[in-house]
Design a protein around this ligand. Structure first.
Ligand code: SF4
Length: 232
C-alpha cells in the first residue's frame, strides 16, 4: 500500500472535504456539458495530457461538424476527426481513441450508452479499461460524470495534494489513492464529483506544482508540508 498510516484516520478525508468546501464553495462540475453523456466521454478522452480550454475548442469543432453522436463519430474518418480535434493535442492518437471507443460501443452495446451504463460500476470499469486508449483516470471520469455512478477520480492534483499532506507516499498507485476515498467516504456520486472538483481548485490555485501558497491554504493546519515535516 502506498498510503501511510495517517490515512487510517477515519474522518480525515471528510475533514479535508469540509475545509475545501468551506473555502471554495460548490464547484458545479463536470465541466457540465449541455451535450450530454456522449460529449462527456469525448471530453474525457480529449483531456488526456492537455488543459480543458484546449478540449473546449476541439469539442466546439466537433459540435459544429455535428459529430458529437456515436453514429456520426462512427461514420467520420479518422483523418477528419484528427483535423477537427487538433487543438486538444496528440490529435492523431486521440482520433484513434475516439474511433476505438465508438467501435466498442457498437460492437458490445448496439451503439447505445444507456445499454453500456446499465452495467454495474465494476463491470463497466473493466469493459472501459479494455478499450484502446482508456486508462483508469479516463474510465473513472466516464463512470462518474457520464454514467453518474460513484467512483472516485484520481488525477495529478489528487496525487500531489495527498502526498504533500502526508496521506500518500510518492509510490502510491492509482488504486491505492482511490481506495483512500472509497474506504473513508460514503459511496455518493455528487460528493465524489464535488470532492474531485475541489481538489482541482486547490491544486490549480493554491497547492501549485511549484511554490505552493501554504499561507492561504485551508488545509495548512493538517498538512505535513506546511508544518515543515515534509518537503513539497
Ligand atoms: S498547506 Fe501547502 S502543501 Fe499543504 S495542501 Fe495546502 S498548499 Fe499544499
Amino acid at each position: 500500500m502506498g498510503v501511510n498510516e495517517l490515512s487510517s484516520g477515519l474522518g480525515q478525508i471528510e475533514e479535508i472535504y469540509r475545509r475545501l468546501y468551506a473555502h471554495f464553495g460548490p464547484q458545479d462540475w463536470w465541466p457540465h456539458s449541455s451535450g450530454g453523456a456522449f460529449e462527456i466521454i469525448v471530453g474525457a478522452i480529449l483531456t488526456q495530457n492537455t488543459a480543458w480550454t484546449n478540449v473546449e475548442q476541439a469539442l466546439a469543432n466537433l459540435r459544429r461538424a455535428r459529430l458529437l453522436t456515436p453514429v456520426a463519430l462512427r461514420r467520420a474518418s479518422t483523418a477528419r476527426l484528427a483535423r477537427l480535434i487538433r487543438p486538444s493535442g496528440y490529435f492523431n492518437l486521440k482520433a484513434k481513441k475516439l474511433k476505438a471507443f465508438t467501435r466498442f460501443l457498437f460492437a458490445e452495446h448496439r451503439g447505445r450508452l444507456a445499454h453500456l451504463f446499465a452495467l454495474d460500476a465494476a463491470r463497466l470499469r473493466a469493459e472501459l479499461l479494455a478499450v484502446y486508449g482508456i486508462g483508469p483516470e479516463t474510465a473513472d471520469s466516464i463512470i462518474l460524470y457520464a454514467a453518474r455512478q460513484p467512483v472516485f477520480v484520481v488525477d495529478a492534483y489528487t496525487r500531489r495534494i495527498f502526498e504533500r499532506l502526508g496521506l500518500a507516499r510518492a509510490d502510491a498507485s492509482y488504486a491505492d489513492l482511490q481506495s483512500l476515498f472509497a474506504q473513508n467516504l460514503p459511496r455518493d456520486e455528487p460528493r465524489f464529483n464535488e470532492y474531485h472538483a475541489l481538489l482541482v481548485a486547490l491544486g490549480k490555485r493554491i497547492c501549485r506544482k511549484r511554490a505552493p501558497r501554504c499561507g492561504e491554504c485551508p488545509l495548512r493546519e493538517i498538512c505535513l508540508t506546511a508544518r515543515g515535516e515534509k518537503k513539497a
